[in-house]
Write a protein that binds this ligand. Structure first.
Ligand code: 5GP
Length: 182
């Protein structure tokens, strides 16, 4: 069977990382694509595990060489998906999940029209703001920037194949597994 490319997006703080972890825990046929970013590592984040942390120069060099399947600027930093790494995982027989923001997701949809696009939405914007602040990892300015993006991203969720509301992690994960197996 042809391997699937899953594109998963959702507003910052919606808990998409947690939901995706739950999904991946139960499935060894799905590999997580590790992105490149120019943002600084948060406490506990490991190069090559959570992200490949690159300098702006290195990132832009990769852009010039066409090494990214997609890339975008988000909240003042660059993020991108390495094309070769994704291709290798697909060639090795795995389904691949990309956890990326909406601009990059649209780029993937254009290049790989049969990808499955899933948007994870918060139960409400108020709940999202509470979660974002509870994370305690961002400055107020960064939080404000991310909240502005929330509205734009919710608007773009119309372009997705599926919208999953994350009111409970296990339920959202189960819904995503259902979609993958559909
Ligand atoms: P964070 O800084 O919170 O880890 O990620 C910020 C946003 O960038 C999130 O919406 C995340 O999904 C997105 N992101 C992470 N990796 C990539 C990527 O490779 N490409 C794009 N376009 N977005 C990404």
């Amino acid at each position: 069977m042809k391997k699937k490319l899953l594109v998963i997006s959702g507003s910052s703080g919606v808990g998409k990382g947690t939901v995706l972890k739950e999904v991946l825990k139960t499935r060894n046929d799905i590999k997580y694509s590790i992105s490149c970013t120019t943002r600084n590592p948060r406490e506990g984040e490991v190069h090559g595990q959570h992200y490949f942390f690159l300098s702006k120069d290195d990132f832009m060099n990769d852009v010039k060489k066409g090494n990214f399947l997609e890339w975008a600027e988000f909240s003042g930093n660059f993020y991108g998906t390495n094309r070769e790494l994704v291709q290798k995982m697909l060639n090795d027989g795995f389904n691949v999940s990309l956890e990326i923001e909406t601009d990059g997701a649209m780029q993937v949809k254009k290049k790989v029209p049969d990808c499955t696009m899933i948007f994870i939405a918060p139960p409400s914007i108020e709940e999202l703001e509470r979660r974002l602040r509870g994370r305690n990892t961002e400055t107020e300015e960064a939080i404000q920037k991310r909240l502005k993006m929330v509205k734009i991203e919710l608007e773009r969720s119309k372009n997705y194949d599926y919208i999953v509301i994350n009111d409970e992690v296990s339920k959202a994960a189960a819904k995503i597994l259902e979609i993958i197996d559909a």
